[in-house]
Design a protein around this ligand. Sequence first.
Ligand code: FAD
Length: 427
Amino acid sequence: MVPALRYLSGACSRARGGFPGGFSAARRPAQGRPWPLCQGGRRASTRSFDVVIIGGGIVGLASARALILRHPTLSIGVLEKEKHLAVHQTGHNSGVIHSGIYYKPESLKAKLCVQGAALIYEYCKQKGISYKQCGKLIVAVEQEEIPRLQALYERGLQNGVQGLRLIQQEDIKKKEPYCRGLMAIDCPYTGIVDYRQVALSFAQDFQEAGGFVLTNFEVKDIEMAKEIPSRSKDGKMKYPIIIRNTKGEEVQCQYVVTCAGLYSDRISELSGCNPDPQIVPFRGDYLLLKPEKCYLVKGNIYPVPDSRFPFLGVHFTPRMDGSIWLGPNAVLAFKREGYKPFDFNARDVMDIIIKSGLIKLVFQNFSYGVNEMYKACFLSATVKHLQKFIPEITLQQQTMKVSDNDIYCFLWHCFGLLLTGSTCSFK
Ligand SMILES: Cc1cc2nc3c(=O)[nH]c(=O)nc-3n(C[C@H](O)[C@H](O)[C@H](O)COP(=O)(O)OP(=O)(O)OC[C@H]3O[C@@H](n4cnc5c(N)ncnc54)[C@H](O)[C@@H]3O)c2cc1C
């Protein structure tokens, strides 16, 4: 868990002025009510914690849960800027429990994804959280995609993904009667779940174990205490780190773990760390299949991935509520956590232009970017792509609307799209 957290947030370290460690903190699920500042927990005074976790998404909450279960004597607090937990990436993703097929064998990503998926299934069973192991087909529709598909199959086997099969046209039809393709990888281990529900359950476990969740707490500053508010018997300051929010309220702690999602670079900088890799926000648009046409899709249907962006590429995703999402495509967004096409934030735009190396990104991936913009502007282009898999899909008849927009988190420098972040979170 903690290694996963370090990898995903990339921001565990010393606070400005040099505090000894690096971490961040979560709250109660079901109703999503804010938790008063002094609730839950043990040993801690109202605003002091051994460990604070910044960010109440699935990564922060999974980290908080794991820490408190392994170290039950620690007082741990999660700080979340929104009124409710898990409302950003965790509440806006495709909801797929990925099997771990795409990643390089032996890599941390591959291990986290394969083991994370198994743990998510086990956890959902234990907690009675609904999920569907509906499987996934990665389908080659052109002859030239077949070598890449076969290589991907080998990779999946090396990663230890359960139940993988390479299947031909007739078996594709048995699995997905409306899908056409030349060859496919059948991955029965892939599933779907509502990750927000999983995250809220993590928060509940955390609070039941004595952890605190403070919502409406937007971290604005992290610094070392100048005075000595509390000392332990050996004379050392017990809670040397002060974390302030936008309202001027403070919490003190010994360690901070940062899991701030689309703000992870800014929070990393606040804690005295390197802000790299910088976040460049991309919006992903999905189409929604008309309810009466949902019979066209049984499980997840994905294209053979572009090796540069293995998780991009418009796909068919069944949802826990029975709907089918088609997408997403990826378009540069002008606001982090901005879900509408015209959401705009001047600081976010300046950061994209000045700090993020966007120009390099654009030059390196010019044709891909233009294609994505084109698909976003002309829905018929997206639908044409979808028709390669299911020819029955048509714009007027099958799709209802462009659904709420989601935000992609492109991590500049590494192109490490964390589009399996929820699956990995448990591990
Ligand atoms: C379009 C899309 C589809 C995806 N599909 C899948 C999928 O199918 N399967 C999968 O496994 N993964 C998927 N992912 C990836 C997955 O959703 C993310 O990796 C995961 O949700 C990240 O969780 P997080 O906790 O790091 O971030 P978030 O859920 O964004 O949480 C970060 C939290 O930090 C809080 N925060 C930020 N700044 C501050 C501050 N200053 N003070 C206090 N709190 C702060 C935010 O409010 C937020 O609640 C997808 C992602 C996207 C964008």
